[in-house]
Design a protein around this ligand. Structure first.
Ligand code: XMP
Length: 507
């Protein structure tokens, strides 16, 4: 196990992902929540930070139990922090050093730089620079602008680098992490999807024993993988509930339910479409629509969970980015953590004990674990789909008729993407039903019908997104199909807005 101490860098999660790619397990902890017992950690990595080490309110944790005692890799801020407090000198650099640079000097004889030579590209992002090295340090690398781009403390397994090995633009970054973690720290590369499944299933068996667990399936990747893991551990004692809110894609409810049953899951499909639509009737405010859907979901789920006698546990598909304690943006010592349990006034099912088998995994790892569990690759590769479903893609109020129209449009678009081999090149796609009628002509008749907007985006996490440059021929064919086949639609537009300033969904 490797500890990554977070000083608030935007890249901290990337460090963790690179380490995991080496099949090494690691955890991120905020600098001000250093675990008391460090014995489980074979090596420690210090992250970068938006702070200057010279600032009074900058992170200045006590590393006396780590430095010199365990293999330590200090990145960017971490490297400056070690220098600043150990006899070196950190000062503002003349120019903010940002972007690609090439190593112009590398100390050959160092296992740390095995396989990495002069000319290797690295990614810099810092405004302070290390003017002089700390006591006992030896320079290991430089770039044209940064004299002290890497150093080690002699007699210790302490290494420090000014650049960011976790960023893809550092072409040998992964090699460097491997050199440090495997060659120098001797950490075993045994964290694989298979080993995760094996240990997690054993842990779940031990933790849950013969008790019953309730889990809400959404059709998405996370809840599905969580369910299959739990099923492997406790079999029929896992009671899955899959709610149809009437806002899913065309045929999705039955299709996904069949798939779940085919996997042997103990799943109950609950068709609550009418209840959702009744509660949405006449509502066109986006936030109120979301709230109504959330409220009805809780009611339905609560009713259903009461039907499972003696349930003790609620399983959730929470993943690691949701639970990492983050160093607050203002850098104060307060670390925040998301928490939604054990609060008064919650529905009964929320008073259950919570089990979250994926809470240590990143999204791409969830997919890999899913593959190792034998889950259908098509299901694992599904685009994200929002909880409120088509409700936030129907602008204005929702009626059953509008849902049916949008389901047809969406199906033509999504199936077309699959047929043209474009589905996997797109991060998310869908159609929006606009509250706009426009004039058209069909045959000899004038029409006055609805307009739909198609949206397809590239993204890594949904936080930022770019519209996808879909081939004109594809758009042409899709538009024709939609207008010819879906009654009530006579116009199709393609959304060419990026996020920011737009968002992915229209509501
Ligand atoms: P936006 O529209 O904010 O969407 O750019 C970013 C990502 O989040 C999804 N999304 C939601 N997912 N409940 C969800 O589970 C929601 O209320 C919700 N709103 C947006 C959206 O589909 C996109 O992937």
């Amino acid at each position: 196990n490797v500890l990554i101490l977070d000083f608030g860098s935007q890249y901290t999660q990337l460090i963790a992902r690179r380490v995991r790619e080496l099949n090494i397990f690691c955890e991120i902890k905020p600098f001000n929540h250093l675990p008391e017992d460090l014995s489980a950690y074979k090596a420690v990595i210090l992250s970068g930070s938006p702070f200057s080490v010279r600032a009074e309110d900058a992170p200045h944790p006590d590393l006396s139990q780590i430095k010199g005692k365990k293999p330590l890799l200090a990145v960017c801020y971490g490297a400056q922090y070690l220098a600043h407090f150990n006899g070196g000198n950190v000062a503002p650099s003349n120019t903010r050093e940002y972007g690609r640079a090439k190593l112009s000097f590398v100390e050959d004889d160092e296992p740390f730089f095995n396989g990495i030579s002069v000319g290797s590209q690295v990614w810099m992002s810092h405004s302070d620079t290390i003017k002089s090295l700390p006591t006992g340090a030896k320079k290991l690398a430089s770039t044209h602008d940064v004299e002290n781009a890497a150093y080690r403390i002699e007699g210790e397994e302490t290494y420090a680098i000014q650049f960011h090995p976790e960023v893809y633009h550092s072409t040998d970054g992964k090699q460097l992490l491997e050199n440090f973690l495997v060659t120098i720290a001797g950490v075993a590369q045994t964290w694989t999807p298979d080993s995760f499944v094996e240990t997690t299933v054993a842990e779940l068996k031990e933790k849950i024993g013969g008790e019953k667990v309730i889990l809400g399936l959404s059709g998405g990747v996370d809840s599905t993988v969580a369910a299959v893991l739990l099923h492997k551990a406790i079999g029929k004692n896992l009671h899955c509930i899959f709610v149809n809110n009437g806002l899913l894609r065309k045929n999705e409810f039955q299709g996904v339910l069949d798939q779940y049953e085919g996997m042997g899951l103990n799943v109950k499909g609950v068709d609550a479409s009418a209840r959702f639509l009744e509660n949405l009737a006449g509502e066109s405010d986006p936030e109120k629509k979301r709230k109504a859907i959330g409220r009805v979901f809780v009611e339905v789920f609560d009713d259903e969970s009461h039907l499972v006698e003696d349930a003790q546990w609620l399983a959730q598909g929470t993943i690691y980015p949701d639970v990492i304690e983050s160093v607050s943006a203002t850098g104060g010592p307060s670390a925040t953590i998301k928490s939604h349990h054990n609060v008064g006034g919650l529905p009964d099912y929320m008073k259950l004990k919570v089990v979250e088998p994926l809470r240590m995994l990143f999204k791409d790892e969830v997919r890999r674990v899913g593959a190792s569990l034998g889950i259908d690759p098509e299901l694992l590769g599904r685009h994200p789909f929002p909880g409120p479903g088509l409700a936030i893609r129907i602008l204005g109020d929702i009626t059953a008729e509008k849902v049916a129209i949008l389901q047809e449009v969406d199906a033509i678009f999504i199936n077309g993407l699959k047929e043209w081999g474009l589905y996997d090149k797109v991060w998310q796609a869908g159609a929006m039903l606009l509250p706009v009628n426009s004039v058209g002509v069909m045959g000899d008749e004038r029409t006055y019908e609805k307009c739909v907007a198609l949206r397809a985006v590239e993204s890594t996490d949904g936080m930022t997104a770019d519209w996808v440059n879909l081939p004109y021929e594809f758009l042409q064919k899709t538009s024709n199909d939609i207008i010819n086949k879906v009654r009530g639609v006579n116009r199709v537009v393609y959304d060419i807005s990026s996020k920011p300033p737009a968002t992915i969904e229209w509501e």
